[in-house]
Design a protein around this ligand. Structure first.
Ligand code: HEM
Length: 213
């Protein structure tokens, strides 16, 4: 099996199934199967778990490039689109639980929350920014947008910052967990910043070194 086939036939299906495990486990909890349970406040539990899973997928998506470079795995970006789409999927589930089960489809409360509760405003902004990324994730859109596609998909950095910020702001007391997420995100974004700087420096050095004649 060559690398292309290995990714298509083994790794991608494995990542796909593994990405559905959090959803499957929460569904088991909803129906009290295999000892899983959603606890005393099932709506809060679903809201929290979907929110956290969405954030985990956002960070996993950002982890792909460092893994590719540092572990020498040039083909691992083939999994990035799927991870990003699962981030979107879990954010949509998180929002749906909030809107349908928590607010019982009361759109007036939704808009009031977006206007008055800063952590909801930020979360909602992140959801809106994820939509164009989801819509343009097909090969066709990638080809159609060309270089603009890459620029557009840099929004993922902003979305991840908003996601962690949203998490931090909704915590009432113990901020340790969101701070751990913030630290991981800082490392992932810092890595990109250093690489971009190093590339820019090496470009300007090679431009100033006179060519040997
Ligand atoms: C990229 C988008 C988003 C991400 C990554 C995200 C992530 C999270 C995370 C990690 C939590 C904390 C879970 C926990 O405590 O264990 C959370 C809580 C919450 N999020 Fe989001 N979220 C996003 C968008 C939204 C949107 C669009 C809404 C609604 C408009 C929303 C509403 C809430 C609510 C109501 C809570 C629970 C607050 C509480 O416990 O009182 N989130 N979110």
């Amino acid at each position: 099996m060559n690398v292309e086939q290995r990714y298509r036939l083994v790794y991608k299906p494995l990542v796909f199934v593994a990405s559905l495990v959090p959803l499957a486990w929460l569904l088991c909890g909803a129906f009290n199967l295999f000892g899983a349970s959603l606890g005393a406040d099932p709506v809060k539990k679903l809201e929290h778990e979907f929110g956290k899973t969405a954030l985990n997928f956002l960070l996993l998506t950002l982890l792909v490039t460092p893994v590719k470079n540092l572990a020498g795995l040039p083909h691992v970006p083939r999994l990035r689109r799927m991870l990003g789409l699962f981030a979107f999927f879990y954010v949509v589930l998180h929002f749906t639980v909030y809107l349908v089960l928590d607010l019982e489809l009361n759109f007036r409360t939704l808009f009031a929350d977006i206007a008055k509760r800063p952590y909801i405003t930020i979360g909602f902004a992140a959801l809106l920014l994820l939509i164009p990324l989801g819509v343009t994730s097909t090969n066709r859109m990638m080809r159609r947008l060309g270089r603009r596609w890459q620029k557009l998909h840099r929004l993922i950095y902003v979305i991840a910052v908003l996601g962690v910020w949203h998490f931090y702001w909704q915590v009432k007391r113990d901020v340790r967990e969101p701070l751990i997420y913030a630290a991981i995100l800082a490392v992932l974004l810092g890595y990109r910043w250093f690489r971009a700087r190093a590339r820019a420096t090496s470009k300007s050095v090679s431009a100033t070194v006179p060519e040997r004649t």
